[in-house]
Ligand binder design. Structure first.
Ligand SMILES: Nc1nc2c(ncn2[C@@H]2O[C@H](COP(=O)(O)OP(=O)(O)O)[C@@H](O)[C@H]2O)c(=O)[nH]1
Ligand SMILES: [Mg+2]
Length: 421
């Protein structure tokens, strides 16, 4: 074991003498040990119409048994069914989360079909983003639920992609790694399958849909990955049944004319998918999720919150400066809104005051009018009273006069009587 020190001195590189054994060649082993202890996690999203064999394929891939009832085609909304499995192979633990759409494509509105998928993917990014923003972060025991790969199930129609599929793919291609799959590939003949595959790829390209490409920058996997890219979309068949072929029991679908072996590469692309997904490119899928898709979400999210790396004059801005600027802007906005509210309030008060004054004036006028009428009435009544009093006086006077004349009349009659006697 040798270690060599390099020292750069001006432009000459000088080799120093070899020293003993340091041990940092074991660094990768430390990483492996740590990773094995921590365990791995992987999150898959399965999108596809009801009955295309999503649950069956997942069971076939991971040897699980979801024991699922057949889904109905009459759901008003798309739901996402989340299942988490703790799998183990040798001493490697894998926490697998499978999210499957239930009812996709069964709604009248296309948006009702794809919107819950987009919301789910975004919600997982948001949860991670919120954890990142915390002062006390706990990524050590954080269950990262961000979707690492989307297996997109295409109906084996032999025709073109459905409008809903194109719309969904277009909406999610910047958020997840998409691996397109031709579902139930045993229902389509070999020649038709090739034509269908190239038709789908052409349609994806012409619609500008980005699907995941297996990486070709690593020498050890470049050749295999580039040949796998040629096979996309993978034509898959799922089946948990075992049938006898020769002396072996294999997983396959038994037909009157023979057996379709799920794990036979001449029969379908199931093994290719499994190898690419779980053996060769798992880490790459996770890396792309973090460095490309999550990064994009994070950037947009921070920009929406008003953060930028550079100011209007292209000068780098610190977090503190942006925070201060935002605070100032917020304060100014609050003041502006307060002023506006005050102004509105004053205007309302003035309007009300004018209205009150008008009402008061109206009431005052009415009062004056009524007062005048009442005064006139009083004068009239007093005049009538005076006339009545006068009449009463006259009456009493007349009564007294008549009484006097009556008394005088009686006295005269008596006198006449007495004289006659
Ligand atoms: N011919 C064929 N049938 C399949 C395949 N995968 C699943 N099926 C059948 O399709 C039906 C619906 O499968 P399921 O996995 O429940 O579909 P999901 O609604 O997409 O989850 C079941 O009867 C399966 O046996 C396949 O690859 N080929
Ligand atoms: Mg299902």
């Amino acid at each position: 074991l040798t270690c060599v020190f390099f020292q750069q001195k001006e432009e000459n590189i000088r080799c120093l003498t070899m020293l003993g054994h340091f041990g940092f060649e074991c660094l990768p082993h430390q990483l492996v040990t740590k990773s094995i202890q921590q365990g791995f996690s992987f999150n898959i999203l399965c999108v596809g119409e009801t009955g295309l064999g999503k649950s069956t394929l997942i069971d076939t891939l991971f040897n699980t048994n979801s024991r699922e009832k057949k889904s109905s085609h009459f759901r008003p909304n798309v739901e996402l069914k989340i299942q988490t499995y703790q799998l183990q192979e040798s001493n490697v633990q894998l926490k697998l989360t499978v999210v499957t759409t239930v009812g996709y494509g069964d709604q009248m509105s296309k948006e009702a079909s794809y919107q819950p998928i987009v919301s789910y993917v975004d919600a997982q990014f948001e949860a991670y983003f919120q954890e990142e923003l915390k002062i006390k972060r706990s990524f050590a025991d954080y269950h990262d639920t961000r979707i690492h790969v989307c297996l997109f199930f295409i109906a084996p129609t032999g025709h073109s992609l459905k409008a809903l599929d194109l719309l969904t793919l277009k909406t999610i291609d910047s958020k997840v790694n998409i691996i397109p799959l031709i579902a139930k590939a045993d229902t389509i003949s070999k020649n038709d399958l090739q034509t269908f595959k190239s038709k789908i790829m052409n349609e994806l390209i012409s619609n500008g849909i980005q699907i995941y490409q297996f990486p070709t920058d690593d020498k050890t996997t470049a050749q295999m990955n580039s040949s796998m890219n040629e096979h996309l979309p993978f034509a898959v068949v799922g089946c948990m049944d075992e049938v006898k072929v020769g002396k072996r029991m294999v997983r396959g679908r038994l037909y009157p004319w023979g057996v379709l072996q799920v794990e036979n590469e001449n029969h379908c692309d199931f093994v290719k998918l499994r190898d690419m997904l779980l053996c060769t490119n798992t880490e790459h899928l996770k890396e792309v999720t973090h460095t490309k898709h999550y990064e994009c979400y994070r950037r947009c999210r921070l920009q929406k919150m008003g953060f930028t790396d550079v100011g209007p004059d292209n000068q780098p801005l610190s977090f503190q400066e942006i925070y201060e600027a935002k605070r100032k802007e917020f304060h100014e906005q609050c003041q502006r809104e307060e002023e506006e509210l005050k102004h509105k309030f004053m205007q309302r008060v003035m309007e009300k005051e004018i209205a009150f004054k008008e009402t008061e004036k109206e009431l005052q006028d009415k009062f004056e009018r009524l007062k005048r009428i009442q005064q006139e009435e009083t004068i009239k009544l007093e005049e009538e009273k005076r006339k009545l009093d006068e009449e009463i006086m006259n009456f009493y006077k007349m009564k007294a006069d008549s009484e006097i004349s009556q008394t005088q009349g009686c006295a005269n009659i008596k006198k006449d009587k007495d004289r006659k006697k």
